[in-house]
Design a protein around this ligand. Structure first.
Ligand SMILES: [Zn+2]
Length: 415
């Protein structure tokens, strides 16, 4: 299938519509600029993280197979309250904790066969651009300084539109997450205002600035890093759905105030939450299934196929039986592919600019690949893509199956 006919659409959280992705041309080549909010490196990665990052991996691989160059940035939030709290509790240096957990994240995702982001900026190494962004917001009148430098959310008319929350609902969520802080003289003027720069607590790192020594607030980092590495406007901004409010709402507001350019992100794309035994997988509930635990029980490609068997935007329940079912598919694929000599995979065809293998594939295999591409082009419908992969396996279309596996599971191991 030639890429000219491929129209990738993804669901945009802001407009609640499927939006056509049309990367702009840079020097004769389409470049898709993708920013995904990464981890706070203080604990091992769980299946919720894997679901988010593997979803964007499929998007990246699919776009690249269609001949679109992707510039992919995923940050590391290594200046953050949960990290400092954990370091204090465990009596370790925050930098060492961040370093070791970042390495684990990269190892986990490597095992899951991701195509690594082009840039993984760390907040601790991006203080200068973050401060420039805060200074510019202040100079433009969107910030004020009391006990910290705050963004004045009332200056941005659409605050709350991305998450479709009322003022009351936003305040409730901030309170629930312990992010509301103090409102009043000497503190923030309004409950929805948020910190751009704040004094550091004892034991936390502090950098000098015109607003006093301190550290960035949570949201400004992503605006600053997205703009530094991708420009003032980006194509897709991704992350887990729990980030829609307050993180992405705030990021959108401050980014558009910073540059005056609308929109900051053409598409906001969010992944659903992964539950375990009926409840959201979360640290506070202690019901996490770590990536490493899943990899002990099943081959990496099986974990990928299991994740991909769920619609990316919906919440779903992790189950070991579901993973076992994906492992059976992986075993059948392994048997099929081991019996065939290496065919044409995504890596070989990517340069030709088309989606799908072109040489040496049967007509039936090509038909299946077209169906597969159509499924992914339609808001990354991975469950449908998996059904087509199962069909290719049943029909023993090894080349087609190999192609599909390359998109859905990257380089993850089948055994
Ligand atoms: Zn972010």
């Amino acid at each position: 299938m030639p890429d000219a006919t491929l129209t990738l659409r993804v669901h945009d959280t802001l407009s609640r519509r499927k939006v056509r992705i049309e990367p702009r041309e840079v020097r004769g080549r389409k470049v898709l600029r993708l920013y995904v909010c990464g981890i706070t490196p203080y604990d091992s990665g769980h299946m919720g993280h894997a679901f988010t990052f593997c979803t964007y991996d499929i998007l990246v691989r699919f776009a690249e197979a269609a001949g679109i160059r992707v510039r992919y940035v995923q940050n590391i939030t290594d200046v953050d309250d949960p990290l400092f709290e954990r370091a204090r509790r465990d009596g370790v240096d925050w930098m060492e904790l961040a370093e070791s957990q970042t390495a684990l994240h990269i190892r986990d995702m490597g095992a899951l066969g991701w195509r690594p982001p082009d840039v993984m900026p760390r907040v601790s190494e991006e203080i200068a651009p973050i401060l420039r962004a805060a200074t510019r917001l202040n100079a433009r009148g969107y910030a004020y300084q009391t006990n910290a430098l705050y963004f004045d959310a009332s200056r941005y008319r659409g605050y709350g539109r991305l998450s479709r929350r009322s003022r009351l609902s936003m305040i409730r969520k901030l309170r629930h997450e312990g992010l509301l802080g103090t409102v009043g003289p000497g503190a923030k003027r309004d409950a929805l205002d948020f910190r751009l720069w704040q004094p550091s607590a004892p034991g936390e790192p502090a950098w000098p600035s015109r607003f006093g020594p301190g550290r960035p607030g949570w949201h400004i980092e992503c605006s600053a890093m997205a703009m530094r590495y991708l420009g003032e406007q980006i194509d897709i901004h991704g992350g887990g759905r729990d980030l829609t409010f307050s993180h992405h709402e705030s990021e959108r507001a401050q980014s558009e105030c910073l540059t005056g350019k609308v929109p900051f992100a053409r598409v906001w794309m969010h992944t659903g939450l992964v539950r375990y035994e009926g409840r959201k997988m979360s640290k506070s509930l202690g019901n996490l299934v770590f990536v490493s635990q899943a990899l002990e029980r099943a081959p990496a490609a099986a974990v990928r196929l299991y994740l991909a068997s769920h619609r990316y935007g919906r919440d779903w329940d992790f189950s070991w039986s579901g993973l076992a079912r994906a492992a059976r598919l992986a075993a059948r694929l392994n048997a099929l592919l081991a019996g065939e000599k290496a065919g044409v995979g995504p890596s070989q065809t990517a340069k030709s600019g088309g989606v799908g293998p072109k040489i040496g594939m049967s007509a039936a295999g090509r038909r299946l690949v077209v169906q597969f591409n159509n499924a992914l082009a339609d808001d990354l419908d991975t469950p449908r893509a998996i059904r087509i992969l199962r069909e290719a396996t049943r029909q023993r279309e090894a080349d087609a199956a190999r192609w599909m596996l390359g998109i859905l599971a990257g380089t993850a191991s089948l055994t």
